[in-house]
Design a protein around this ligand. Structure first.
Ligand code: SAH
Length: 483
């Protein structure tokens, strides 16, 4: 059997847009992804349907999988011919044990590549508004471990060289040993008034910072109960943080949104929320399977109702392939949503709203197969009709493990339901994460776009915090800002 290929990829510090394009491309083609605790689970949404996701997180004091076991797994998958991504927080070469993994692969002759990432010491501090070097405040920069293999767990470091020879020092994994680190630096000649900045969960919506000096910071950390993952930045540059950073000032910073989804792809609105600083998880995730041949004679109908833009595109492509001129069809075309109407009109045909339906015994509804049973009550409102499946929106299972990790990490405080279907889709799938509408409502504020999604949410057992007065982007952003 052919050997596989392993990519040892840096995921960046948290914000998923900080991963490299090359890393992203590897994720998209991976058969298997082995990922660490500090990797943002949202990155896993880039994997192809059916990809296997293996969590290698080492929780504090509980070694789920030891490094040797991870090396073995890499080798096993590699020998089995798989395309494997080993996804690591930050940069894989910075306290990422990538050397050991590469060595294990070399031994077996399994080809691999190492793809760098943005390391937390730079990413997190930049998002906190502090550059690690500055012409006036810091000309050198060191990356140092705050935890080591030594018996006490305290790092074995040339303290005097570090204390006096380097302007800016970023300590990783250093929160527990902070009193020791500060003590050593002062003892070896660093000014006790040297500014110190801690950045926890940098570049994510959970980012928090603490300011102090070598003399004061250990106590402040204790009082604030600050814990890992955090970067401890020591040096004059740390005083540049005097107010909220550019990142923390974004209008939706700190919002963790689960955004209900009913079809493949990312919605423009979700993208917009992300660009305003929110952490957005679109859920569930679908892939589209198109139906190749239509088994209906469109000419038998007086009305054709399209449930989604995808159904519209499928219909016109079908006409084109069959060389049917739209002018030979007598049916009026209706869209179930504004987007569907726009899609109809993009083909220079008049698109009517379903509100304008008049009685007809010759009515055809075209839509997604997956929704046929779920959306039955909506379809009933169309009265007597035939149904034609244009495509299936198939749920991608591995998205549930992303969801599970997002919930475990407490990364959902708001749920947005843009449509009634999205309420049904989330409710149906979230059961796999052992959540119910009731438990979700306790975790997060539920925001509905309009009266129909509201009613559906209530009927299914959600507690709805807010329904938008108008189903618009602006109304949603305002609601998110104030709730
Ligand atoms: N390879 C990683 C570091 C792994 S060691 C990198 O290049 O960033 C794990 C340590 O990294 C954590 O204990 C913490 O000190 C730091 N870290 C990782 N992600 C972080 C984040 N988002 N914010 C602050 N510190 C982080």
């Amino acid at each position: 059997m052919n050997k596989g290929y392993v990519f040892l990829v840096g995921a960046g510090p948290g914000d998923i847009r900080l991963m490299t394009v090359k890393g992203q491309q590897c994720l998209e083609k991976a058969d298997v992804v082995l990922y660490d605790r500090l990797v943002n689970p949202l990155l896993l949404e880039a994997t192809k349907p059916g990809a296997e996701l293996v969590y290698c997180g080492k929780l504090p004091d509980r070694h789920l999988l030891r490094q040797e076991a991870i090396n073995d797994l890499l080798v096993t998958y590699g020998l089995a011919g798989k395309v494997v991504v080993r996804l690591k927080g930050g940069d894989p070469s910075v306290f990422g044990r990538v050397g050991e993994e590469a060595c294990a692969l070399d031994k077996e002759g399994i080809p691999y590549e190492i793809i760098p990432g943005i390391t937390a010491g730079i990413g997190a501090t930049t998002y906190a508004g502090v550059p690690v070097t500055h012409r006036d405040h810091g000309a050198s920069f060191a990356i140092v471990t705050g935890h080591d293999k030594s018996e006490t767990g305290q790092p074995l470091i040339d303290w005097s060289g570090l204390a006096t020879g380097v302007d800016t020092i970023a300590f990783y994994m250093g929160v527990k040993n902070l009193p020791y680190i500060c003590e050593q630096l002062i003892e070896h000649g660093r000014d006790p008034n040297t500014p110190v900045l801690l950045v926890q969960w940098g570049t994510t919506g959970k980012q928090k910072t603490l300011n102090g000096t070598l003399e004061t910071i250990a106590n402040i950390v204790l009082q604030e109960k600050f814990s890992n993952p955090a970067i401890t930045l020591v040096g004059e540059v740390a005083k540049l943080r005097t107010k909220e950073s550019w990142f923390e000032r974004q209008p939706l910073f700190g919002k963790h949104i689960l955004f209900g989804r009913t079809t493949e792809g990312t919605s423009d609105l979700a993208n917009e929320l992300t660009s305003l600083g929110a952490d957005v998880f679109e859920y569930p995730r679908f892939s589209t399977r198109k139906i190749e041949q239509a088994q209906v004679h469109f000419n038998d109908y007086e009305q054709i109702i399209f449930r989604s833009p995808k159904s519209v595109y499928w219909f016109f492509r079908h006409l084109q392939q069959q060389r049917i001129d739209i002018r030979t069809l007598q049916a009026q075309l209706y869209g179930a949503s504004k987007k569907s109407i726009r899609a109809i009109e993009s083909f220079a045909c008049l698109g009517l709203s379903v509100d304008q339906l008049v009685h007809s015994e010759k009515r055809l509804v075209i839509g997604s197969g997956a929704w046929q049973h779920r959306a039955q009550e909506r379809l009933d409102t169309y009265g007597n009709h035939d149904f034609c499946v244009s495509h299936f929106d198939e749920f991608i299972e591995q998205s549930n493990s992303t969801c599970q990790r997002i919930l475990d990490e407490d990364r959902v405080d708001t749920i947005v339901f843009p449509s009634a279907e999205s309420v049904r889709a989330v409710t149906e799938q979230i059961a796999a994460c052992h959540e119910t509408p009731d438990s979700l409502s306790k975790r997060a504020k539920v925001i509905c776009f309009g009266p129909i999604s509201y009613q559906t949410a209530i009927d299914l057992g959600y507690e709805v915090k807010l329904t938008l007065k108008e189903p618009t982007k602006e109304a949603l952003i305002e609601a998110l800002k104030h709730n």
